[in-house]
Design a protein around this ligand. Sequence first.
Ligand SMILES: Nc1nc2c(ncn2[C@@H]2O[C@H](COP(=O)(O)OP(=O)(O)O)[C@@H](O)[C@H]2O)c(=O)[nH]1
Ligand SMILES: [Mg+2]
Ligand SMILES: [Zn+2]
Length: 287
Amino acid sequence: LQADCIIKGKLRVKGFRTTNPVAVGDRVLFEETGTKGSGVIAEVLERKNYILRKASNLSKEVQILAANIDQLFLLITISMPETPTEFIDRVLATSEAYRIPAMLIINKTDLADEKGFEIIENLERIYNTAGYEVKRISVKASEGLSEISTLLKNKITLLAGNSGTGKSSLINILNPTLKLKTGEISEYHRQGKHITTFPEMHPLPFGGFIIDSPGIRGFGMADMDRGEVYHFFPEIFENARNCRFHNCLHLDEPGCAVREALEKGKISFSRYRSYISIVEDENSKYR
Ligand SMILES: Nc1nc2c(ncn2[C@@H]2O[C@H](COP(=O)(O)OP(=O)(O)O)[C@@H](O)[C@H]2O)c(=O)[nH]1
Ligand SMILES: [Mg+2]
Ligand SMILES: [Zn+2]
């Protein structure tokens, strides 16, 4: 049912101090008003999950960016621009923290030469080992898109990825009526000017919705304590059960099963490096 709704005066959502009581993906109860196609939101139904960001660096208030997300697709590219693995790992860890299943999509395979495909295969190895599916696509060459459509069908998908990886191009090819702007360096500029952007949810013609997430700062890291970061790296978590100490941070403690798995090649170095950087670095540029 479609209606342009306004929010009832006192609408509050339990347990939060949010600047926005309703977000994309929310399921709501609304009352139709006199005018056809317009209504008033009376209640926000319980959320399966949601992603948040701080309203500002200083405030304790949070904004709900999106809710009821079925899956996260992280769009990456190996060149133009190169997506750093640390960025990938931070987004994946955040997705784990929010309990949203994530998948990697490598775009712009049309640009890859022999060396490029080696890099792609290496990424596939790293992320398959960590337990993530990896797909290859080229929006430009229309490759791999039917499989992506099948995966998107009837789901709410959050599309993440740094600026320039082809998010808007992908959404346009899935739903050509949208005509989103592409090739802009706008996200970066908007961030620089501290203008708040909210994600937008777009319908897919074959069923389902896709949410275009704002830039790196918009979809930042979830807040996590140092001691729980490893919960959000599935392959590290798996191995951590055998560590000698319960409070092992997997840095250089004796009897650390994570270090042992690393040496045996069961955990990849680049994932472990990202883990360390999240544990050690409180004020990362990726937050
Ligand atoms: N070569 C190539 N370029 C692409 C592909 N997909 C997108 N692009 C280009 O990459 C640039 C950034 O795309 P855009 O959709 O704006 O990225 P966004 O910032 O993630 O929304 C644009 O110039 C697109 O035309 C692709 O598969 N191959
Ligand atoms: Mg875009
Ligand atoms: Zn350990």
